[in-house]
Design a protein around this ligand. Structure first.
Ligand code: UT7
Length: 332
């Protein structure tokens, strides 16, 4: 029997209009453009400012973009998987809100909480749904409104994060293209270095937790940095090795955009030159689950059918992983 592959057949993206530049951050916390640029590679990030708007609203815009490109009726969609750590609400799932806002009456949906690896985890789950033969059109969206959980008086975290959403459509194909392999990892011991202290079942929200600023991202940057450099580089190399891929075989690396130094270390380990690495961290910062699809969205027109692309991520959990895709279409 011919194997069914899950191919990405369309990409959509959305970033809010408001630009929070390093210069503006200089007026908010004790930092400077030069420090942020040299330590992270970030110049500016986008922030969703409109009151009453959340992660689902950005995801909806990204998905609309994708549906419009392919002229697809929302009723054709079987499932929406949303990778996010900034859901609109604790429950219901953001994917439920997305499907209803888009009139996807035939779709079910669920969220995946894997922080910066959220898109890779969701893509792997979506791939399995397609490969099973049971579902024909699955949308995978990575979306995060990080500005909702960032403390803009903490200079060590507020300079990194931004808001955005990116989405892909997965469809079945019998051609030898699509998601070829995926290697996902997690280690809960890493939670001590990157987490949100309150608002969960261990420490529900209270006046005290709000006063103690425990509803914001807590990150021990240097420790996360060390694990991220090793984790993202090692898993990408392992994925290449187990599939017999060399640097020459790879057209693009799509790395999680957390820090330019982590991206460089991963590309070096894989033996890739800079021209093969998608980098937009300078414009959008770290949009958590949205970084990878936002890269695909920006580079879509440069991609050719058959291109070997490695996606790699590392984030809170810890969670990390890499996915090998053979691009399924020419979109020039
Ligand atoms: O995507 C999820 C996973 N997250 C990551 O991958 C993030 C990984 N970590 C990082 O990217 C980096 O650790 C940061 C960008 C967060 C921080 O960079 P760093 O090079 O690790 O800086 P540091 O925390 O070691 O701080 C170095 C110095 C300190 O001053 P002293 O103690 O040497 O005097 C900090 O207080 O820089 C100071 N500092 C700043 N100075 C100006 C920290 N933040 C700032 C700032 N502006 N915004």
């Amino acid at each position: 029997m011919t194997k069914i592959h899950a191919a990405i057949t369309a990409v959509g993206g959305y970033v809010p209009e408001y630009v929070l530049s390093n210069k503006i951050l200089e007026t908010m916390v004790d930092t400077n453009d030069e420090w942020i640029l040299t330590r992270t590679g970030i110049s500016e990030r986008r922030i969703l400012k409109e009151p009453g708007k959340g992660t689902s609203d950005m995801a909806v815009e990204a998905i609309k973009d994708l549906l419009k490109k392919r002229d697809i009726d929302p009723l054709e969609i079987d499932c929406v998987i949303c990778g996010t750590v900034t859901p609109d609400m604790v429950f219901p799932a953001t994917s439920n809100l997305i499907t209803s806002k888009l009139g996807m009456k035939n779709a079910f949906g669920f969220d995946i909480s894997a922080a910066c690896s959220g898109f890779l985890y969701s893509l792997t789950m979506g791939t399995s749904l397609i490969e099973s033969g049971r579902y024909k059109k699955v949308i995978v969206v990575g979306a995060d409104k990080m500005s909702a959980i960032v403390d803009y008086t903490d200079r060590t975290t507020c300079i990194i994060f931004g808001d955005g959403a990116g989405a892909v459509l997965l469809e079945a194909t019998e051609e030898n293209v699509g998601v070829m392999d995926s290697l996902l990892k997690s280690d809960g011991n890493g939670s001590q270095f990157l987490h949100m202290k309150a608002g969960g079942s261990v420490k529900p929200s209270s006046h005290e937790t709000v006063d103690a600023k425990e509803h914001y991202v807590y990150q021990e940057g240097q420790s996360v940095f060390k694990f991220a450099v090793k984790g993202m580089a090692d898993v990408s190399y392992e994925l290449m090795e187990r599939n017999g891929l060399t640097a020459d075989d790879i057209a693009w690396l799509v790395p999680h955009q957390a820090n330019l130094r982590i991206i460089d270390a991963t590309a070096n380990r894989m033996g890739l030159s800079k021209e093969k690495v998608m980098i937009n961290i300078q414009k959008f910062g770290n949009t958590t689950a949205a970084t990878l699809p936002l890269c695909l969205w920006e580079w879509e027109k440069s991609l050719n059918k058959g291109d070997n692309i490695i996606l790699a991520a590392f984030g809170g959990g810890f969670t990390w992983g890499a996915t090998w895709i053979k691009w399924a279409y020419d979109s020039k």
